[in-house]
Design a protein around this ligand. Structure first.
Ligand code: HEC
Ligand code: HEC
Ligand code: HEC
Length: 202
C-alpha cells in the first residue's frame, strides 16, 4: 500500500515544513556545545533547535516534540535515528496504525525470506518479507521495484549505494547503509545445505 508510506512521509514533511516556515523572529538561544555535537551513543538525539535540520528560530522549533522525549523508551541503535524499529514493533513497544483512513484495514504480513547470493566475499543478503510487510504494503516494492520472483531483478551494491532498489529506503527512511551486516547476515560457511535450496527458505 503506497498510501502507508505516503502517510509516514506526509507526517514527516509536515513536521519539517512547520519547522521551516518562518514565524516572527524570536530571540535565538545559543545551544550548549554538548547539544550541538551529535552524541555517538545509541539512543541519544540532538534537540530540534540544534539538529541542523530545523530552523531554530521558526515556530516549529518550540512546537515539535524533541526526539529524545518521543523515542527514549524504544530499543536503541547506534546509527540512523538511533531506534531499532524492527525490535520496537516485534516487542510491542509500538503498534503502528495500518491506515489513518480506514480503521478496519489489516496489514498483509508475509513471512518469507529471500537470500541474495551475489555478494562476493561478503556474507549473503537475507531479505526478510515479514520485517518489511509489518510496515509496508506489497505495492511499495512490487512489481515496479522488485519482481516477485527471486533473482529476477538484477542489481548490486553500487545501485543500492546510489539510492536505488534497497537504497530507495535504506539510508533514507530506514536503517542506513553503514549497517552492512543487517543485510549481509548469512555467512557462506553457515550454510549446511547447498545455496540453491536455501535461496528461499521458510
Ligand atoms: C520492501 C520491499 C518489499 C515488499 C514490501 C514486499 N516485497 Fe516481495 N520481494 C521483495 C524482494 C527484494 C524480493 C526478491 C526479489 C529478487 O530476488 O529479485 C521479493 C520477492 C517476492 C516473491 C518471490 C519469492 C520467490 O521465492 O521467488 C514473492 C512471491 C513476493 N515477493 C511477494 C510479496 C508479497 C505478497 C508482498 C506483500 C505482502 C511483498 N512481496 C512485499 C521486496 C518486497
Ligand atoms: C540494505 C541492505 C544492504 C546493506 C545495508 C548493504 N548491502 Fe551490500 N548488497 C546488498 C544487496 C541486495 C546486494 C546484491 C546481492 C545480490 O544481487 O545477490 C549487495 C551486494 C554487495 C556486494 C557484492 C558486489 C556488488 O557490487 O554487488 C558487496 C561487496 C557488498 N554488498 C558490500 C557491502 C558493504 C561493505 C556494506 C556496508 C558498507 C553493504 N554491502 C551494505 C544489500 C545491502
Ligand atoms: C520501501 C522501503 C524499503 C525497501 C525498498 C527495502 N527496505 Fe528493508 N526495511 C525497510 C523498513 C521501513 C524497515 C524497518 C525499519 C528499519 O529497520 O529501519 C526495513 C528493515 C529491513 C531489515 C531488518 C533489519 C533488522 O533490524 O532486523 C533488513 C535486513 C532489510 N530491511 C533489508 C533490505 C534489503 C536487503 C532490501 C533490498 C532487497 C530492502 N531492505 C529494501 C524499508 C525498505
Amino acid at each position: 500500500m503506497k498510501r502507508r508510506l505516503v502517510e509516514i512521509l506526509l507526517v514527516a514533511c509536515t513536521g519539517l515544513m512547520l519547522a521551516a516556515c518562518s514565524g516572527p523572529m524570536q530571540e535565538q538561544t545559543v545551544p550548549a556545545a554538548s547539544d550541538v555535537f551529535a552524541p555517538d551513543g545509541p539512543g541519544r538525539w540532538l534537540p530540534i533547535i540544534a539538529d541542523g535540520l530545523h530552523d531554530p528560530t521558526g515556530p516549529g522549533a518550540k512546537q515539535l516534540q524533541n526526539p529524545a522525549e518521543a523515542l527514549f523508551y524504544l530499543p536503541s541503535a547506534f546509527s540512523g535515528n538511533k531506534v531499532r524499529w524492527v525490535e520496537a514493533i516485534e516487542e510491542g513497544y509500538i503498534e503502528p496504525r495500518p491506515s489513518i483512513l480506514d480503521s478496519n484495514y489489516k496489514m498483509q504480513v508475509l513471512d518469507l525470506d529471500v537470500i541474495r547470493t551475489r555478494t562476493g566475499e561478503m556474507p549473503m543478503v537475507l531479505f526478510p518479507h515479514r520485517k518489511h510487510t509489518e510496515w509496508l504494503d506489497c505495492g511499495n516494492c512490487h512489481e515496479w521495484l522488485f519482481k516477485s520472483k527471486r533473482g529476477a531483478t538484477r542489481f548490486g551494491m553500487f545501485d543500492v549505494l546510489s539510492g536505488e532498489y534497497c537504497g530507495r529506503c535504506h539510508g533514507a527512511v530506514a536503517f542506513p547503509l553503514v549497517e552492512c551486516f543487517y543485510c549481509h547476515s548469512v555467512r557462506r560457511k553457515d550454510l549446511k545445505t547447498p545455496v540453491t535450496e536455501l535461496e528461499m527458505h521458510k
